[in-house]
Design a protein around this ligand. Structure first.
Ligand code: HPA
Ligand code: MG
Length: 218
């Protein structure tokens, strides 16, 4: 039985897979070290998360809130699985979508002060079951701040689904309600996660190489 917040845990020893065992765009071949989470595994895990989310939140209109840009692939695939559940079961609920971007107020990312840009007026969330969909929780500061902000609009419920959660000593201890994979403290890219805007156009989640970091550094 899956417990809330449970995840597929990748241990610190997890090596991933040799790049040559999978299909990688040629333009990135030298910039990656290993395939860390293959695309098919991401989808299989996402399918199960869709079921957990519907079990937990499926009693009332859901507003699915995508945190751009990194969350867009997970969001699209997760919603496809939720839609499949809705059309194949006796019970179904309407779902609406919205898209936001978060910007740090200052250059100092450690303050956690954020500004929400884009999306509808947040007052549309009042009384709704809100599902925030994020690519990765690293320190957790940004998500804690976003949750504080949304609370003011009195949603009926707010839950967070994050594809990845990083095990890092920098964590403030925040853990989302639905987690795809818990990963070691490594920088990963692909499946819409970027390094200076590159690697979003890569299906698998991969570990970047030293030469890749150098080539695409800001
Ligand atoms: N990859 C991409 N974006 C991120 C990461 C990461 O490992 N951690 C925080 N943002
Ligand atoms: Mg993100």
């Amino acid at each position: 039985m899956a417990t809330p917040g449970s995840a597929v845990v990748l241990s610190d020893e997890e090596k991933g897979y040799d790049l040559d065992l999978f299909c990688i765009p040629k333009h990135y071949a030298a910039d990656l070290e290993r395939v860390y989470i293959p695309h098919g595994l991401i989808l299989d895990r996402t399918e199960r998360l869709a079921r957990e989310i519907m079990k937990d939140m499926g009693g009332h209109h859901i507003v699915a809130l995508c945190v751009l840009k990194g969350g867009y692939k997970f969001f699209a695939d997760l919603l496809d699985y939720i839609k499949a559940l809705n059309r194949n079961s006796d019970q179904s609920i309407p779902m609406t979508v919205d898209f936001i971007r978060l910007k740090s107020y200052s250059n100092d990312q450690s303050t956690g002060d954020i500004k929400v840009i884009g999306g509808d007026d947040l007052s549309t969330l009042t009384g709704k079951n809100v599902l925030i969909v994020e690519d990765i929780i690293d320190t957790g500061k940004t998500m804690m701040t976003l949750l504080q902000l949304l609370k003011q609009y009195k949603p009926k419920m707010v839950k967070v689904a994050s594809l990845l959660v990083k095990r890092t000593p920098r964590s403030v201890g925040y853990r989302p309600d639905f987690i795809g994979f818990e990963i070691p403290d490594k920088f990963v890219v692909g499946y819409a996660l970027d390094y200076n805007e590159y690697f979003r156009d890569l299906n698998h989640i991969c570990v970047i190489s030293e030469s890749g970091k150098e080539k695409y550094k800001a």
